[in-house]
Write a protein that binds this ligand. Structure first.
Ligand code: GLY
Length: 391
């Protein structure tokens, strides 16, 4: 376990000096609040905060990794045993999903990168390494060779055929395969990740840098059958969290492979994303949503994109560096100053105003656990963290 700073329950374990003052303050206050939350939430799987309290999901829900993931990130800053114990207990609870198999879909990456891979990287746990490989092998099994994509979901109801569905969120899940390839020395995992990411470049990223959520392929021939709006407003709109998944996923693909085509596409998405932001730099839930829904922001998209921008900046040649980092940092600062709940002890969520699923009218204008996670991850990057799970 890396222990980079002194600890103490009231200081949040921060000795300061690594990032701008506001970021150190945000980290300290996040740690204090998360310690309180750890006692309230325990080894459970929070998703959206309603009326100040996080609602809990079953362990197979795609968001199960974010709470333990943010605990691991905060542990790294101070070796906080109480947070680590909760993170480990969450990971152990996920065994019933991994061993049960039936409820697994492409979100194996979100779930086991932020639990088992993070644990293994920080502690060297062999059990966590085995869990992560098991998850990676299941993800490999979702690859459709004809279409060059990882299948997203299983049927949501009896008789539904979604064998041809691929979604942009999976640009984050493929990082489990990049990890498995590097860890095992077996290039097969990377080949599958690369094939999926080539499909992302070809079919999800539009020339203007906006991003599709869902592409349906013919699972027999691999031909594109149709584009679907998914969690965005419409098939040709621009769901902001989907853009964030793409921006960050492409930057990570560049990090893992060194291929410039991923950085170029990440920059294209970043330019579109940044150009659409309102004055306070926190995105609307869909950049092309009609005026009557534009009061809804998605702070989680902002937090995820910000962490991706910080990584992207670090991958670029020196002459291109600076602007993406500055943009990411200012987005995080705006989330802290304008959207943080740090003065409200009755609100468990850290960052207000996320939008989980507008088309289904679910979890609108509320804190979301992945918004909290990416906010913490962005701060960890600003503070020079040694361990970022996706990398
Ligand atoms: N489908 C995952 C998300 O809400 O971004």
């Amino acid at each position: 376990m890396t222990n980079k700073a002194g600890s103490g329950p009231d200081t949040g374990g921060v000795t300061g000096g690594k990032a701008e003052g506001w970021a150190e303050e945000a980290w300290r206050r996040s740690l204090v609040k998360t310690k309180v939350n750890a006692r309230r939430i325990g080894a459970n799987f929070p998703h959206a905060s309603q009326g100040g309290t996080y609602t809990l999901e079953p362990p197979h829900w795609w968001t199960a990794g974010f709470w333990p993931g943010m605990l691991w990130l905060l542990c790294e800053g101070g070796g906080e045993a109480e947070l680590r114990e909760v993170a480990e207990a969450c990971e152990a609870r996920l065994d019933e999903v991994l061993d049960g198999y039936d409820k697994l879909d492409h979100d194996l990456g979100f779930m086991w990168i932020l639990t088992s891979v993070a644990n293994y990287k920080l502690t060297g746990s062999e059990q966590s390494r085995r869990r992560a490989f098991k998850a990676a092998n299941y993800l490999m099994g979702r690859f459709n060779l004809q279409g060059g994509y990882l299948r997203a979901w299983n049927p949501w109801h009896e008789g539904e055929d979604n064998a041809g569905i691929a979604i942009i969120d999976c640009a984050m899940n493929v990082n489990l395969l990049y990890w498995a390839s590097r860890e095992s020395g077996d290039p097969r995992y990377r080949h599958v990740a690369e094939a999926h990411m080539r499909t992302v470049l070809a079919h999800f990223i539009r020339p203007d840098g906006s991003v599709r959520h869902i592409v349906r392929f013919d699972p027999e021939t691999g031909a594109v059958a149709e584009y679907l709006g998914g969690q965005g407003y419409a098939p040709e709109s621009a769901w902001s969290r989907g853009a964030a998944w793409a921006l960050y996923g492409l930057a990570l693909a560049c990090h893992h492979t060194g291929r410039a085509e991923y950085a170029d596409a990440a920059k294209r998405v970043a330019h579109f994303f940044l150009a659409q932001l309102p004055e306070d730099r926190v995105p609307h839930w869909d950049f092309r949503a009609p005026a009557e829904t534009r009061h809804l922001r998605d702070s989680s998209a902002g937090a995820c994109a910000a962490s991706g921008l910080l990584l992207l900046d670090s991958l670029l040649p020196a002459a291109e560096r600076g602007a993406y980092r500055e943009a990411g940092e200012r987005m995080l600062e705006s989330l802290y100053a304008g959207y943080g709940s740090f003065d409200d002890p009755d609100e468990q969520g850290l960052i207000l105003r996320g939008t989980s699923h507008y088309p289904e009218r679910k979890n609108l204008d509320v804190p979301l656990i992945y918004g909290d996670y990416f906010f913490i991850e962005g701060l960890a990057r600003l503070r020079g963290a040694d361990m970022i799970p996706w990398e």
